[in-house]
Design a protein around this ligand. Sequence first.
Ligand code: IMP
Length: 423
Amino acid sequence: MAVDLLLGLQWGDEGKGKIVDVLTRNYDIIARFQGGPNAGHTLEFDGIKHVLHTIPSGIFHKNAINVVGNGVVIDPVIFKKEIDALKKFNLDIKAKLLISRKAHLILPTHRLLDAASEAAKGKAKIGSTLKGIGPTYMDKTGRNGMRIGDLELSNWKEKYRLLANKHEAMIGFYDVDIQYDLAELEADFFKAVEELKTLTFIDSEEYLYQAQKAGKKILAEGAQGSLLDIDFGTYPFVTSSNTTAAGACTGLGVAPNQIGAVKGIFKAYTTRVGSGPFPTELFDEDGETMGRVGNEFGATTGRARRCGWLDLVALKYAVQINGVTELMMMKGDVLSGFKKLKVCTAYNYKGNEITHLPFNIEAENVTPIYSEMNGWAEDLTKMDKADQLPSSLNDYIDFLEKELEVPIKIVSVGPDRTQTIYR
Ligand code: IMP
């Protein structure tokens, strides 16, 4: 049995939470493979809006098991808040949510280090969510990290102390003024760890292997997007994990030959939150309209997202890196009312026209070259069948499918589960 992947193809916030929730009825297990509470996966159903950060988006479905894989980083304090927010839904969390012993822990001092590093960078800051993601993955690759499985050892607090002391010395190294009360942060952390320890820890790679052998259907849920990938994204303005398909293999222990469908999600336009290059970014009324109509504010930080036209050069690159086999286009409804739509099909790169993503896409190197298309005026949000879609939207979709050479199987026309059109 293959493991299917669900990945964001842009700079995150494509709508993965909604689609995983919609797809979960076809799967037995939903497994997160990277990232941590920097993610904000929004789900809407029955008039309820719910944001998940670390917990996989299959949690609301009765029969789905949700696995937090080894590639994920967990902040016990935020995790506890997520669990608390789920209490009103009466879910059997101990049975439905399984956590890898190999997942790494975000310590309070990781968050402080993140803040110190960003403050020291000044204008060159990454625009991190300040959840401690970078410093935690640095400790992981530096072989200093603490893992969920460590919490089962009697000496875990000693390990914690050594690492936290080191972090405090490192914070002192930065020439910035970070105010904090570590005793208070630690009190919250230790309390949250005790709650975390009541949940189910597993050897997730073995669990997933046995599940595959038993014929269970597994969906690996990505976080962030391909252009935030530590290797293939717009470095250094990226997150600290592999958000692309290969990350599912290392973040879950799934062998490459076990990967089945690769489902790629993109918005009908482009957004980015935080710093970094964004060739098709708009600074005019069109960009403002996308942000307002699309409610483009970060689910984790509340920051306004930068908006721009669809960048097919970047999207093709993501399709290629991930080996995407089917596409899902989100937020088509937000583009209703635009008379003309632009799609970036090539870059003018240092005087030459290119159609691949080069090393350096800063504004001084890259100018987007656009194709213009007719817009549509119809409100899509009440539509539920492909044959109701306006002809200009069908032209837009046909154009993208031809350019990307991958079928668009789902068109999402609103945030609710029900606002999903299958093609
Ligand atoms: P970090 O992962 O919090 O260190 O943030 C690094 C960069 O990735 C920043 O530009 C963030 O805004 C961006 N980022 C991190 N997580 C997400 C996400 O879930 N959606 C969109 N952008 C994200």
